[in-house]
Design a protein around this ligand. Structure first.
Ligand code: GAL
Length: 447
């Protein structure tokens, strides 16, 4: 049987939440007449509405969230539903907006949030209500894999419901380009083979075989280099235990990552992830490390899997499934608790997930998904999920390490792209783990 036990240990020390601003918002309003649903006149009257936040704004992502909203509207046609989408992949912009709202008592009815560490600041500040009742009424424990169950708990209680499971340790590639230059994916299972392929492409006139994008896409790629160093090393990293450079492992990770960056155009580190993946789509570049939300960006342009594009696990991580799990939760003191609960039920339902995930690139967080609705890539992902030897929670996508570390990582990796200083960056990463040592409150056991 698979070994992928995740232990969430429970106790938390309060930390300040950093709030920043400067975002772009757009709102989708559905024209429905609002009605009152409160039956108790002594309680605040509840308008029959629902407002929630997400950051699914790329063409592929918005198709998926629209499909989920449609399921909600079909089931609750009288509800005025107001999804607010904040532009910015990985949620880095949206999280700042939402933190500010939640902390000032203006929480939306629900918001997109990664399982694991990301919800801790809210939990610690007492701003979330548990959702064990939803898990029980919807019988979610019967259909959601235990590894994902654990990621939705703090102190033994559920505080969120998952809507998907994304895989992060993937390289997306332009298949026509690889075919043209006689490169087979079977040669790309280690960094040596991968870099040799990059050299071959360069020699053939592909100036930048690798594509990178904005800051979080760089730290996302770096995270996969850590995973390629081995699950034991990744486990130490997310438990804040990589505290010395003496065994050479972090230095090797950085050397390999530096080499990877040498094949990319580093003037493009402002591009959104989907703009970056577009260059792989159109053959400008051959490879990009990215989560499987990329799958849908190829598909919205009618690119065909295993004809125009393809994907393989990041070299050295074939038997590992890197997890990114999107969830929704129940903030305290929300305006529309009835509809917020309905939303959590739809989000975690088979119907909702089978509408959302086939358009998202992810797999359902439920084991009873209707597999016939998922594409060839997703069917292979489902099979890899079950047969992979190890799993790890993504740091960059909110789950694996304290948020403070995640933010510092992003800063250090952005600096590394400019200074390319392996030793200084290695030292700085260790200093960051030490500096935030009190924030490592989850003890991950990945082996
Ligand atoms: C991840 C999120 C995915 C996908 C991606 C790019 O953090 O979990 O659902 O949207 O960001 O925006």
């Amino acid at each position: 049987m698979l070994s992928r036990k995740v232990i969430l240990s429970a106790f938390i020390s309060l930390s300040a939440v950093v709030i920043a601003g400067g975002i772009t918002l757009y709102f989708l309003f559905f024209d429905k007449s609002a009605v009152l649903v409160s039956e108790n006149p002594t309680k605040r009257q509840e308008i029959n509405a629902l407002n929630f936040y997400n950051w699914w704004t790329s063409p592929g992502e918005s198709a998926a969230i629209n499909a989920l909203v449609k399921v909600f509207m079909k089931n609750y046609p009288d509800v005025a539903i107001m999804p607010s989408a904040v532009v910015g992949g990985g949620g880095f912009s949206m999280m700042n907006t939402v933190k500010e709202m939640v902390m000032s008592g203006q929480a939306p009815d629900a918001f997109q949030m990664h399982a694991g560490y990301e919800g801790l600041p809210y939990y610690k500040a007492g701003l979330l209500d548990p959702v064990d009742d939803i898990w029980h009424s919807e019988k979610l424990e019967e259909v959601i894999p235990s590894v994902v169950q654990d990621m939705n708990k703090y102190d033994g209680k559920y505080y969120s419901v998952p809507v998907d499971i994304h895989r992060v340790n993937l390289v997306w590639y332009n298949k026509r380009l690889l075919d043209e230059y006689g490169i087979s994916v079977s040669e790309l299972s280690d960094w040596k083979g991968f870099f040799a392929a990059c050299d071959k492409l360069k020699a053939s006139g592909v100036e930048h075989p690798v594509r990178v994008g904005e800051a979080w896409t760089l730290s996302h790629a770096f995270e996969q280099f850590v995973a390629s160093e081995g699950i034991d090393f990744y486990q130490d990293w997310i438990n804040g235990k990589v505290l010395s450079l003496s065994n050479g492992r972090m230095l090797r990770v950085l050397e390999n990552f530096k080499k990877y960056l040498s094949y990319a155009d580093l003037n493009l580190t402002k591009d959104a992830w989907n703009e970056a993946i577009d260059d792989v789509k159109n053959g400008e570049s051959a490879f990009m490390i990215m989560g499987d939300w990329a799958n849908q960006e190829f598909k919205v342009s009618d690119k065909r899997y295993n004809i125009d594009y393809g994907v393989f696990p990041v070299p050295g991580t074939e038997d590992i499934y890197g997890l990114c799990v999107d969830t929704f939760q129940r903030p305290k003191n929300i305006s529309h608790p009835t509809n917020a609960d309905r939303w959590l039920r739809v989000v975690s339902s088979k119907e909702g997930q089978d509408a959302f995930n086939p358009l998202k690139g992810s797999i359902s967080a439920r084991t009873d998904a209707d597999i016939s609705r998922y594409d060839a890539y997703q069917q292979s992902a489902i099979s890899d999920f079950w047969k992979s030897r190890y799993m790890f929670p993504s740091v960059v996508h909110g789950s694996g390490a304290p948020q403070e570390y995640r933010d510092k990582l992003s800063e250090l990796i952005s600096d590394f792209v400019i200074n390319k200083d392996v030793n200084a960056t290695g030292e700085a990463l260790i200093a960051a783990s030490l500096f935030f040592k009190d924030q490592y409150v989850i003890n991950w056991s990945l082996k």
